[in-house]
Ligand binder design. Structure first.
Ligand SMILES: [Zn+2]
Length: 172
């Protein structure tokens, strides 16, 4: 006998198949993923089928990154024009800002390209941003305001989205 009929959906399958297209196993009768589901999940993971939310997040990263970059350049020029001796803690703040900024922009590019390193950069950016906001608030509680809210809400949103809803959208 070169073929067998599935008892569940009556589809005729080759004798060698272990699972019918509907998902029923010929071995033990258990139900697995159907052929349609397997094709659908494979297509959903293909590059070019990027979820709209991930595109939006990537673009927001680039916009925020660009704005923060301009702010960073203004800040750097003000600091350097203030005098030749720049205090160590100011250099530390500028360094942390620069790294966070690079991670933010790299993550944005990685989201749009759906690369695994985009998710790594996104997580690193979010953690660094939250830690700097925390240190900032502990040092200068007077300055709690919009910057603090942005420095908390966006990283948290990023962490949640790239590790849950968009987790499978990163292809490699
Ligand atoms: Zn079947």
């Amino acid at each position: 006998m070169a073929s067998k009929r599935c008892p569940a959906c009556k589809l005729v399958n080759p004798a060698s198949s272990e699972r019918c297209d509907c998902g029923r196993s010929f071995v033990d009768g258990s139900m697995g993923t159907s052929l349609d589901d397997r094709i659908a999940s494979r297509q959903a993971n293909r590059v070019g089928e990027r979820p709209a939310g991930l595109t939006a997040l990537g673009l927001l990263n680039l916009i925020f990154g660009g704005l923060a970059g301009i702010y960073f350049l203004i800040l750097t020029s003000q600091v350097s024009s203030a005098g030749p001796a720049i205090p160590g803690f100011v250099l530390t703040i500028l360094g942390v800002m620069a790294v966070t900024l690079i991670l933010l922009i790299a993550a944005g590019i990685g989201y749009l390209a759906q690369k695994g390193w985009g998710r790594v950069c996104g997580n690193a950016y979010a953690v660094m941003s939250l830690l700097s906001t925390l240190v900032w608030v502990l040092m200068v509680p007077v300055l709690i305001g919009w910057t603090t809210i942005l420095g908390t809400v966006y990283p948290v949103t990023t962490l949640v989205l790239i590790n849950t809803r968009f987790k499978d959208a990163f292809v490699d």
